[in-house]
Design a protein around this ligand. Structure first.
Ligand code: WTA
Length: 672
C-alpha cells in the first residue's frame, strides 16, 4: 500500500480544475446541476423517468422492490432489449440513419442503417431458433470485433436467450469453462479475426474447447462467421463438423426476416458475463433486462451528452462489459451512430485511431488509460497528422488515469476544447456509476469526480463508518437499476463477495443512511477530497488490473501450479508504465526441476494456454521458498514490495524472515 499512498498524495495535490467549456455547457443535454439534488430527493422517480423513455409492452407495477441483496426493478413490466435498440427507431428518421459503421483491421468497411441492422438481427434470431435455441437458453459468443458480434448479442436478446460473450483473446480452456458453467446450447464463433496483421484462429480454439478434455456436451450447434477466407477454407486446419457446425452466411442469409421480439419480464436474464474474482474460478455476473436497459440508456445519453448527429466510438472489445453497455445496448438504445473497429491501434501504423476519427468524423471518443499511455509514448506527431476537429467529448474507463495522461489526452486529442469524462464502474454495476456530467461538473485530472444522479457512493472504514474527506473503501449505498442480480449458480458467493463486508455494521451516518443497511462493496479503495470528488485508487482484493483487464491472482497461480514442474506459485501485480499493472510470478519448483530460462518460457506459455494472452506473466522468478506467515499464508504484500523494488514492509509476522531477504536479493540481481 505504501506506494499507492504516495501516488495518491500526488493525486490529491492535483489542483488543476476544468469547468465545462461554456460553449459545450450551453448546448449540453444537462447544464443544470439541480439534476443531482432532484435525483437524490427521489431516485426512484428519476430512474422511472428514464425507464419511461424505453418501449414497454406492458408498464411496470412497481419501480423497486428491494429485499437486500436482491433488487427487482420495474417488476410487472415487460420489454425486449433488442426491440429497444432497433424496432423502436424504425418509425422515424432513424430508420435510415447509420446504426453501425464498422472497419476491419485490413481496411474493409461495412455499414448498417437501423433498418438493415434490424433485418440482420431478425434473421440471425430466426437462425438461432432454427437451431433449437429458445427463450431462457444460453448462447456462448466467441467472436472478433466484427458486426456479427453485436448482431449475435441482439439476436439472442430478441428471442429471450441469454448470451455469454467470451473475449476472443481467452484460451480454449477458458472458453470451455465458461460454456460449461453457463450450460450454453449454441456457440457462435468465427474462423478468425485480424489482430496486428496476424490472424487469431478462433475456430481452432473453439474446436479445442468443444472436443478436448471432456469438451462441452451441452453444445448442440456451432455457428461460424467467415471472416478470414473468401474461399471457404477454415483457418488453422480447423474443420466444419458435419451436423454440428454451420456457416453464418449460409444460415443467416436464408433465415426468416420476420422474427417478433419476445416479450420479456423486466427481471428476465439478458446476459451472463464472466469476470475475475479472488478465487481461481471466474464469476458469471448476471444482468437482467429492464433496469439494465434503463441505466445504460440514461448514462449513455447524459455522460456522453449524446445527440442525434453524434458519431460515437468506444474502443473497447465486445468481450468486456464496456463493449456490452457502451458499444451495443446503451448507444443503440439511444439511436446513436456507433463506430466499431476490429483491430490493433498500431496497425498498420500508430496513427490508425486518429485516421478513423478523421475518416468517420467521430465526435465522441471513449477509451482506456492504458491506450492513452501508449499513445503518449508513441508521440504527438501521430495525432497531429490527422484532423481531429470533429471531436467534442472524450471519455476514459477501466482504471485510474494518471494526471499526466489526462492532460496529454486533453491537449493532444481534445485540443483543450473537449471535456473528459473519467467514468468509474465495473462489470457488476453494469453501467457508469461515478463520473462527471460534462455540461455541469468541473473535472479534475485523475478523479472520476462524483456519483451519477441517483447513485449513492461513499467512502467507509472497515467498521462501516463514513469518511467525509479521506481514504477508505468505496461503497455503494443504494440499489441501482443496472446492478448485478447475482452470480450464475452461486448465490452464496454473491452474498459473500459483495454484501458481507459491512453486514450489520453500518452505523447510518450521512444522508438517509440506515443503521445496518445493506451496502455493496465493489472491491476498490478510494478517497474523497475537500471538494467532494472521488479518487479511485484501485483494487484492494486479489484482483489485478492489467491494461484495463481484470485478472485474478488466483487464476494465474492455479494455471502455474497446473504445470508439472511447479510446486507452488504466488502472483502479484507490479506497477507498469503502459499496462498500469503487470503480472509478476514467484514460483517454487518441484524437487529435481531445473530453474532454466527455457522452463520460464514454458511456464509463461502455459499460463497463456490456460487463460489467454492477457494473463502472460511479465516476470517469473524461481524462488527456493515463498514468504509465509506462521499460519502458512503467503504474504503477497511483501512480494509486491520486491517486484516493485521497494524497501520491505513489516516482516515480523513471517515464519522465516530470511526467505524474503533472499528473494529480494535474487530479484534485484536478476533485474541487473
Ligand atoms: C477499475 C470495467 C479508476 C476499478 C468497466 C473497478 C476504474 C474495475 C475506473 C472494474 C476508473 C474501472 N477509475 N478505476 N474510471 N473504471 N476501474 O469489471 O478497479 O472490467 O473495480 O469493468 O476497474 O473492471 P471491469
Amino acid at each position: 500500500m505504501a506506494n499507492e499512498e504516495n501516488t495518491l498524495d500526488t493525486l490529491l495535490t492535483e489542483d488543476r480544475a476544468f469547468p465545462p467549456p461554456p460553449e459545450f455547457a450551453r448546448a449540453a443535454l444537462v447544464s443544470d446541476p439541480g439534476i443531482y439534488a432532484a435525483a437524490d430527493a427521489d431516485p426512484e422517480a428519476f430512474w422511472a423517468g428514464w425507464a419511461g423513455r424505453l418501449h414497454w409492452f406492458k408498464p411496470w407495477d412497481r419501480v423497486l422492490d428491494w429485499q437486500p441483496p436482491f433488487a427487482r426493478w420495474f417488476g410487472g413490466g415487460t420489454l425486449n432489449a433488442a426491440y429497444n435498440c432497433l424496432d423502436r427507431h424504425l418509425d422515424g428518421p432513424r430508420r435510415t440513419k447509420r446504426a453501425l459503421a464498422w472497419e476491419g483491421e485490413p481496411g474493409d468497411r461495412r455499414e448498417y442503417t437501423y433498418e438493415q441492422l434490424h433485418a440482420e438481427v431478425s434473421r440471425a434470431a430466426s437462425a438461432l431458433k432454427g437451431m433449437g435455441v429458445a427463450r431462457g437458453d444460453r448462447v456462448a459468443i466467441y467472436l472478433p470485433m466484427v458486426p456479427e458480434a453485436a448482431v449475435a448479442m441482439l439476436a439472442c436478446a430478441r428471442i429471450g436467450a441469454a448470451h455469454s460473450v467470451v473475449f476472443g483473446g481467452f484460451s480454449a480452456e477458458s472458453l470451455r469453462d465458461r460454456i460449461r458453467d453457463a450450460q450454453a446450447k449454441v456457440l457462435i464463433t468465427a474462423d478468425g479475426g485480424y489482430r496486428r496483421g496476424g490472424v487469431v484462429a478462433l475456430k481452432r480454439a473453439a474446436d479445442e474447447a468443444l472436443e478436448e478434455e471432456g469438451g462441452c456436451p451441452g453444445i448442440e450447434h456451432v455457428l461460424v462467421v467467415r471472416r478470414h477466407g473468401p474461399d471457404g477454407e477454415v483457418l488453422g486446419g480447423a474443420r466444419m463438423k458435419q451436423g454440428r457446425d454451420r456457416w453464418w452466411h449460409d444460415c443467416v442469409a436464408g433465415a426468416e426476416a420476420e422474427c417478433p421480439a419476445e416479450e420479456m419480464e423486466a427481471e428476465d436474464l439478458l446476459y451472463i458475463l464472466y469476470t475475475s474474482g479472488t478465487t481461481g474460478k471466474p464469476k458469471g455476473i448476471m444482468h437482467t433486462t429492464g433496469g439494465y436497459m434503463t441505466q445504460v440508456l440514461a448514462t449513455t445519453q447524459l455522460v456522453f451528452d449524446l445527440k442525434d448527429d453524434d458519431v460515437y466510438w468506444c474502443t473497447a472489445d465486445v468481450g468486456w462489459v464496456t463493449g456490452h453497455s457502451y458499444i451495443v445496448y446503451g448507444p443503440l438504445a439511444a439511436g446513436a451512430t456507433v463506430v466499431m473497429y476490429e483491430g490493433a491501434p498500431d496497425a498498420p501504423d500508430r496513427g490508425r485511431m486518429w485516421k478513423i476519427v478523421e475518416d468517420y468524423r467521430v465526435t465522441i471518443f471513449y477509451t482506456a488509460p492504458t491506450a492513452i499511455r501508449a499513445f503518449m509514448k508513441w508521440g504527438v506527431d501521430w495525432p497531429a497528422k490527422h484532423d481531429l476537429s470533429s471531436l467534442r467529448l472524450l471519455g476514459t474507463v477501466g482504471e485510474p488515469i494518471n494526471p499526466e495522461a489526462w492532460i496529454w489526452y486533453h491537449k493532444h486529442i481534445g485540443h483543450e476544447r473537449c471535456p473528459i469524462v473519467d467514468t468509474w464502474w465495473q462489470t457488476e454495476t453494469g453501467a457508469i456509476m461515478i463520473t462527471p456530467l460534462p455540461g455541469v461538473t468541473e473535472t479534475v485530472p485523475g478523479s472520476a469526480t462524483r456519483a451519477f444522479p441517483g447513485i449513492r457512493a461513499d467512502i467507509l472504514t472497515l467498521e462501516g463508518r463514513r469518511i467525509e474527506v479521506g481514504g477508505g473503501f468505496l461503497a455503494l449505498r443504494r440499489p441501482w437499476p443496472s446492478m448485478l442480480r447475482g452470480i450464475w449458480g452461486d448465490e452464496e458467493r454473491f452474498r459473500e463477495t459483495y454484501w458481507s463486508k459491512w453486514a450489520g455494521k453500518t452505523v447510518g451516518e450521512g444522508d438517509d443512511a440506515q443503521p445496518g443497511e445493506s451496502v455493496y462493496f465493489p472491491g476498490d479503495g478510494a478517497k474523497r477530497d475537500e471538494r467532494g470528488n472521488f479518487w479511485v485508487i484501485g483494487r484492494i482484493d486479489d484482483v489485478l488490473n492489467v491494461a484495463g483487464h481484470r485478472i485474478g491472482t488466483m487464476e494465474v497461480e492455479s494455471a502455474l501450479v497446473d504445470h508439472p514442474a511447479v510446486a507452488e506459485a504466488a502472483v502479484v501485480g507490479k506497477a507498469h508504465e503502459l499496462k498500469g499493472q503487470a503480472v509478476a510470478a514467484f514460483v517454487t519448483l518441484k524437487e529435481g526441476q531445473e530453474p532454466t530460462d527455457a522452463l520460464k518460457k514454458e511456464l509463461s506459455d502455459h499460463v497463456v494456454r490456460k487463460i489467454g494472452a492477457i494473463a502472460r506473466p511479465d516476470d517469473i522468478l524461481f524462488a527456493g521458498d515463498l514468504p509465509k506467515t506462521r499460519s502458512g499464508k503467503i504474504m503477497r504484500r511483501l512480494l509486491k514490495d520486491i517486484a516493485e523494488g521497494r524497501a520491505l514492509g513489516d516482516t515480523t509476522t513471517l515464519a522465516d524472515p530470511g526467505v524474503v531477504a533472499r528473494l529480494k536479493g535474487d530479484y534485484e540481481s536478476r533485474e541487473g
